[in-house]
Design a binder for this molecule. Structure first.
Ligand code: ADP
Ligand code: MG
Length: 252
């Protein structure tokens, strides 16, 4: 069984068919990339998987079960975390606090436990802290741990955005353009991290990315989209050389 199944999904915005009868599956343990020109429907697909939009047609299954009855705030508990193309962090909070916020959205303890501040809650608090500290070490964010987001350079915020999603300890991580706006060196770091997220953490990755060097370096499979439609599925090389993909980029 595939971890994520997109089954004949369609979404329209007025007259624009942003996603047009798209089907694909992401297998547990792989890095799967979505590529395509601007407006192809990549971010809209992410918004569908994270339940921000409802498809007008089709089904989306995670771990074999439809998630169309789920709300966006239930995604973390299910095991799905995402980053946003436009970084979405709390500017007036520190790196540590931003990473903790994601964890607290899926805390298990109930209200009474929290009031009494039971040992159970304290134990849980420690687990949240440990998970977050692990992510800070993994992404080399120690120097920024207690710094406010508002004062951080773009490249660091971008890493924190990835950290916020990783701190949830998801089974499926959705990365929307993780390298956009980054330098060559920073993009190289992202490549190493994605590789380790897959091999060391065992997290499945679905990624949208324009940088084909990065896509080729880290992806097991690639799906090219244009105008809301799936054009070609295969390795990065197969997809880049596919006549329909070349046509979509050159616009002939
Ligand atoms: P990509 O991420 O591949 O660049 P998007 O998924 O953002 O593309 O957009 C796909 C299409 O849907 C585009 O034509 C875009 O203008 C349109 N679109 C995306 N989001 C909205 C929205 N919230 N309202 C109206 N149209 C939208
Ligand atoms: Mg986009």
């Amino acid at each position: 069984m595939s971890l994520l199944e997109i089954d004949n999904v369609t979404l329209r915005f007025g007259g624009v068919v942003a996603v047009n009868k798209v089907s694909f599956s992401v297998e547990e343990g792989e890095v799967f990339a979505l590529v395509g020109p601007n407006g192809a429907g990549k971010s809209t697909l992410f918004n569908l998987v994270s339940r921000i939009y409802d498809p007008v047609e089709g089904d989306i299954r995670f771990d074999g079960k439809s998630i169309l009855d789920k709300a966006p705030h239930e995604m973390a508990r299910l095991g799905i975390a995402r980053t946003f193309q436009n970084i979405e962090l709390f500017e007036q909070a520190t790196v540590l606090q931003n990473l903790l916020v994601g964890r607290h959205r899926h805390r298990k303890s109930n209200f009474v436990n929290e009031l009494l501040f039971s040992p159970f809650v304290r134990g849980e608090e420690r687990r949240h802290r440990d998970a977050v500290e692990k992510v800070i070490d993994f992404l080399d964010l120690q120097a920024y741990r207690d710094k406010y987001i508002a004062g951080l350079p773009y490249g660091v915020r971008k890493v924190v955005e990835m950290g916020r999603a990783l701190a949830i300890e998801p089974r499926l991580l959705l990365l929307d353009e993780p390298a956009s706006g980054l330098s060559v060196e920073e993009t190289q770091d992202v490549a190493f991290w994605v590789e380790d997220i897959k091999t060391q953490m065992g997290i499945t990755v679905l990624m949208v990315e324009h940088d084909m060097h990065l896509v080729s370096a880290v992806s097991d499979r690639v799906l090219a989209l244009a105008d809301g439609k799936a054009l070609a599925l295969g390795t990065a090389q197969e997809v880049q050389n596919h006549p329909k993909v070349i046509e979509a980029y050159i616009g002939v």
